[in-house]
Design a protein around this ligand. Structure first.
Ligand code: NOJ
Ligand code: CA
Length: 690
């Protein structure tokens, strides 16, 4: 539920002539600054310029220093002239918003939404006289802007083939980027690259950049609804252009009035502040449209899952079938014994037996396999206070899934199954769309306009039945959890599964990289907690035990899996205790330290108690990090339960199992020294006095 607190709005009208007088110094030739807006604390400043040919561009400064230099704005249409030159300013308004809203679940209970908005209204001078508004919202730690199309004088349909939207970084020569390529067959599940900025080709967002002076910048988007996802192509030194994900229609089809998603630029002094600046993405999304969603309970879960990835179990029926009544019963018992709310079961329905990767049209979401007694297991789970977690792997036969979706949700609702993991396993661009049964099958991208709408069809239909959705192989996160708080988590990066069978598996820097890249966009169902530290065929996982624990704090999700097999947890009961204790819903989140791809320390306060938790991870290098405990409540003695790497621990070889546990008293005045082994981590629970 969103609770708007103090809301203050102010509208200013600035005479055009007065604004024109401020033509800035670093303008392109023949351009004039026609509008400007600063952030509430005057940290960021945005200027809008209009060239002699009527082309619109913008610039951003932080504390007076350019961060984004001259960057063009405009759209390219399929059925008409480009929306690019010959614009004339018609008017402009500024306003201020400062409100604080409450998240039903999340990294923090409250979010402050404080920005100055500038709306500039343009019209074409030429034949078409089309109208276009550009709206900037400027926060102290970032900027969002979007195109808005009011009702047009002539044609209302716009087929948007591309954008001229640019993002030009100041001082590119000294800038570094962390990114994954867009347009690749493997969607978002790639190893992040660290390169000079000018070595980026075409990138997915969020893309994270560090400028020579240490300023951190991330480009992404907010509220990707009924539009294609934005990729960023580097077109010149330091200059990126928005490219829209391909769509079967050849263009994004819109009808005025409408607006595009927000293009976002997070700008912060360091990596930790960059992570914290991600509230901007939530703030740019619409408030909760679902009303009371207290039926969704953030929680941890176990599941019939890791065995399939190890290939010791199978999704399809047969001697290795994982989803049997007998095995699932044991899993429910394990969950009940150790306090896990959820039990995920994959491979429970018919359709997995042959090559399911290649054919999702055989999946039946209503029909359990003969050896899986769904009704009985759901009832047994309920009797133990446990909930089965549903699984809908579509293998990308998305229209086939949509035809069954309502009945499948109804079945789950009746059985008390209130979280579903969905899946879209297929190469990028291979989503199968079929408008009419037996009609032609058209291919779409995972981040196409059509698939952005598909995800919302799933989420809104599931919400009617009080079901929450955790999508794998999803479209990227753009903060829609604010509007649809039953869209609880997703994958959208390389998760733990790559440590089972990935060639190569995840490198030791992977999680410290995710924090400041993928995680800027929202929660991830990474599925941590594999304490056995081996993948398929005994392949060692490049991590320590303590690092696996730290991931529950470092990689946020309101559903967190304890991914390992019960028999493996039974061998590591000391470390397992942390996984049992750690919550999945937070009151406050802070980032005491971190560098992209090197290390990250995050502290979070439990939403349902006075306890705090700390997670810290490093790459292949050992680290000694000092953390002041000034986040704890002053004057109280906390019991710090410390789970850390042993002195000689390392992600390499058998040393990865070396781990120790210590308990000591601490207060807010203390500073802790965290020693992280190569590829290691540390997890701490600070138990408040009861
Ligand atoms: C890929 C998902 O990421 C994984 O978690 C799941 O087990 C398989 N698809 C099968 O649906
Ligand atoms: Ca996956």
């Amino acid at each position: 539920m969103t609770v708007p607190a103090q809301t203050r709005q102010r509208r200013l009208r600035i005479p055009l002539a007065a604004v024109l007088a401020f033509a800035g110094a670093s303008l392109p030739v023949h351009a004039a600054t026609i509008a400007t807006v600063a952030s509430p604390g005057k940290v960021l400043n945005v200027e809008i310029d209009l060239s002699k040919e009527g082309r619109i561009s913008y610039r951003v400064q932080r504390n007076g220093k350019p961060v984004i230099t001259d960057s063009l704005l405009g759209l390219r249409l399929r059925d008409g002239a480009q929306l690019f030159p010959w614009f004339q300013l018609q008017g402009q308004q500024t306003s201020t918003v400062d409100d604080t809203w409450e998240q039903p679940w999340g990294e923090s209970r409250t979010v402050r939404n404080h920005y100055n908005e500038l709306r500039t209204q343009f019209a074409e001078t030429g034949r078409d006289q089309r109208r276009m508004d550009i709206v900037f919202r400027v926060f102290d730690d970032g900027v969002g802007f979007r195109y808005e199309f009011p009702k047009q004088p002539k044609q209302q349909e716009l087929a948007i083939q591309g954008e001229f939207t640019e993002f030009t970084l100041a001082d590119p020569a000294s800038a570094k980027a962390w990114w994954i390529p867009a347009g690749e067959w493997n969607r978002y599940e790639q190893i992040y690259r660290t390169t000079p900025l000018d070595n980026v080709g075409i990138a997915h967002t969020p893309i994270t950049i560090k400028l020579g002076d240490g300023t951190h910048v991330a480009f992404h988007e907010a509220a990707l609804v009924d539009y294609s996802g934005m990729w960023l192509q580097r077109i010149d030194s330091g200059k990126f252009r928005a490219v829209l994900s391909p769509t079967s229609t050849g263009a994004v089809l819109k009808q005025a009035p409408f607006h595009t998603p927000w293009r976002t630029i997070q700008i912060a002094a360091d990596a930790g502040k960059l992570y914290e600046s991600s509230n901007l993405i939530l703030n740019l999304n619409e408030p909760n449209k679902l009303g009371d969603v207290s039926w969704f309970k953030p929680a941890k879960y176990v599941g019939v899952w890791w065995g399939m990835h190890l290939d010791t179990q199978s999704w399809g029926v047969g001697p290795k079938h994982g989803a049997t009544t007998e095995y699932t019963t044991r899993m429910i018992d394990f969950a009940a014994e150790h306090g896990f709310r959820g039990v995920l079961v994959e491979g429970w329905n018919t359709g997995w037996d042959k090559d399911w990767f290649a054919n999702g049209w055989v999946f039946d979401f209503l029909k359990p396999t003969p050896d899986f007694d769904l009704e009985k297991l759901a009832a047994y789970a309920r009797s133990k206070g446990v909930h089965l977690i549903g699984h809908h792997e579509t293998a990308c036969a998305v229209s086939h899934y949509e035809r069954q979706m309502k009945d499948a949700f109804a079945l789950y609702e009746r059985l008390g199954i209130d979280v579903i993991k969905t899946g879209y396993v297929c190469d990028a661009g291979q989503i199968e769309r079929q408008e009419k049964k037996n009609g032609p099958v058209i291919r779409e991208w995972h981040d196409s306009q059509w698939n952005s709408n598909h995800h919302l069809r799933v989420v809104t239909e599931a919400a009617k039945r009080h079901i929450a959705i955790n999508a794998h192989e999803p479209i990227k996160d753009t903060g829609l959890r604010r509007t649809y708080p039953n869209w609880i988590s997703r994958e959208g990066a390389r998760g733990m599964e790559y440590n089972a069978w990935g060639e190569p598996p995840n490198p030791p820097e992977h999680e410290a990289m995710l924090v400041f890249t993928r995680m800027l966009s929202g929660p991830m169902d990474f599925t941590p907690g594999v304490l056995s530290l081996v993948g398929k065929n005994g392949m060692p996982i490049q991590t320590t035990i303590a690092k696996q624990l730290a991931l529950y704090v470092v990689l946020y999700s309101p559903v967190q899996m304890a991914a390992d097999l019960p028999e493996n947890y039974e061998k590591h009961m000391d470390a397992f205790q942390f996984i049992k204790d750690v919550p999945a819903d937070w009151e406050i989140t802070r980032v005491p330290n971190g560098e992209v791809g090197d290390y990250a320390t995050i502290v979070r306060k439990d939403r349902n108690s006075a306890d705090w938790y700390l997670g810290s991870v490093t790459d292949e290098n050992p680290r000694t990090l000092k953390v002041r405990l000034d986040f704890l409540e002053p004057g109280r003695a906390y019991e710090a339960q410390i789970y850390r790497d042993a002195k000689d621990s390392s992600y390499q070889g058998e040393k990865r199992f070396r781990f120790e546990k210590e308990t000591r008293q601490v207060t807010a005045k203390d500073t802790l020294t965290l020693r992280l082994a190569p590829g290691g981590g540390q997890a701490i629970r600070f138990v408040a006095p009861r």
